[in-house]
Write a protein that binds this ligand. Structure first.
Ligand code: HEC
Ligand code: HEC
Ligand code: HEC
Ligand code: HEC
Length: 263
């Protein structure tokens, strides 16, 4: 651990290269909206604040210390609206929840500056409530360029299903957590079995690839009644850049797709 830390600081100083240790960080990525980055939303040198706040977060949000105004699930057209005969799992954007956190920027309408608690100011100065109403008195956040992100927008029919039950549904969280991992027998074995490890349910190897627990694993999210769910953050980690497109693992030879689908 000490060696790793020394190597990392030498690496940061540009003194050595460390093969196999990926320093995948959000800094400088497309999720770095600070003034130093391009394209910047600007208004602040902070990076995390566009998604997280240390105080005044939305406690009902599906992601920790969430600083964004969430869109409503009902404002999206989901994959099941296609009526595909082969789709088995139910789709519900609020049960697993996390996708709505991504969609609080990726719905094609949300302004990047719409945060609950803006940086470096006292709560209540530059501040919006959870419904997006501006609580500021006579002050706007005009220094934040508000341009919405053009992908994915409100119509999710042309996107891989999210907020969708894993393995066609019918799975209960507790037995899987208890180690009874054979889960897809009823469905003609279409999906890889999940693994309970490190307090989360994963598809694929967890371990410590790149020195980080679960770095290449794909987490499933707990639906309140629908069991394990596939969400945006199952395939993507919004802080991780070493695979491109914030993917949790490389999709070379479609390895990401085949982590779940037995094809
Ligand atoms: C673009 C949005 C976004 C930005 C910017 C962002 N995060 Fe996150 N963060 C998320 C989401 C979404 C989750 C929930 C992920 C999940 O549940 O799998 C999360 C989860 C976390 C977690 C808990 C889970 C974990 O991965 O350890 C920590 C800690 C965290 N973020 C810290 C940070 C810090 C520190 C920064 C700034 C350097 C930052 N985040 C910037 C979106 C963001
Ligand atoms: C604070 C707003 C914000 C949130 C929240 C957010 N994103 Fe993004 N995301 C952006 C912006 C801005 C871009 C860059 C868009 C562009 O280049 O046009 C981006 C780009 C991306 C890209 C493309 C990366 C690339 O290299 O081309 C992916 C993938 C992505 N986001 C996934 C996610 C996922 C998954 C979540 C939730 C875990 C999430 N984002 C949450 C703002 C956000
Ligand atoms: C089943 C896995 C999976 C899920 C779930 C998923 N994505 Fe992706 N996403 C990918 C892959 C793989 C790519 C890379 C595609 C490429 O390189 O062309 C990608 C690319 C993207 C991009 C870059 C633009 C593009 O179209 O290539 C954005 C933005 C994005 N995803 C956002 C999201 C958001 C937001 C969600 C949830 C609503 C989500 N993704 C759910 C696998 C997934
Ligand atoms: C985390 C697991 C996971 C990953 C990774 C994943 N999928 Fe899926 N995929 C699912 C689930 C669950 C469904 C919903 C299946 C159902 O309920 O019938 C699904 C649905 C689909 C469907 C639609 C099936 C239908 O009947 O309409 C296609 C096609 C598909 N995935 C292709 C892909 C491709 C291509 C990739 C890689 C880019 C990928 N998947 C990555 C879990 C995953």
């Amino acid at each position: 651990m000490v060696n790793l830390k020394i190597k990392r600081s030498l690496f940061a100083l540009g003194l050595v290269s460390v093969p196999g240790i990926a320093l995948a960080t959000i800094i400088g990525s497309k999720h770095d909206l600070s003034t130093s980055n391009t394209p910047a939303v600007g208004g602040t040198e902070e990076v995390c604040v566009f998604c997280h706040t240390p105080h005044g977060s939305d406690t009902s949000a599906p992601a920790p210390l969430w600083n964004k105004v969430l869109p409503t699930a009902a404002s999206f057209t989901t994959y099941d609206a296609l009526g595909t005969a082969t789709l088995d799992g139910q789709i519900n954007l609020t049960e697993g929840g996390i996708s709505l956190a991504c969609l609080s920027c990726h719905d094609g309408t949300a302004a990047m500056d719409l945060v609950l608690n803006a940086p470096t100011v006292t709560q209540g100065v530059y501040r919006y409530d959870v419904n997006g109403a501006n609580l500021s008195t006579g002050v706007t956040m005009a220094s934040f360029a508000p341009a919405p992100v053009p992908v994915l927008e409100k119509d999710l029919r042309n996107d891989h299903p999210v907020g969708v039950q894993y393995a066609g549904g019918g799975l209960n969280w507790a037995p899987i957590q208890a180690g009874n991992n054979v889960i897809d027998s009823a469905n003609d074995k279409q999906f890889v079995d999940p693994i309970w490890d490190n307090n989360r349910l994963w598809i694929g190897d967890v371990g410590t690839p790149n020195g980080v627990i679960g770095d290449e694993g794909l987490p499933l999210y707990k639906g309140a009644t629908l069991g394990p769910m596939v969400e945006c953050a199952t395939c993507h980690n919004p802080h991780k850049t070493d695979n491109g497109s914030f993917l949790r693992r490389s999709n070379a030879a479609s390895a990401l797709c085949r982590a779940c689908h037995l094809k």
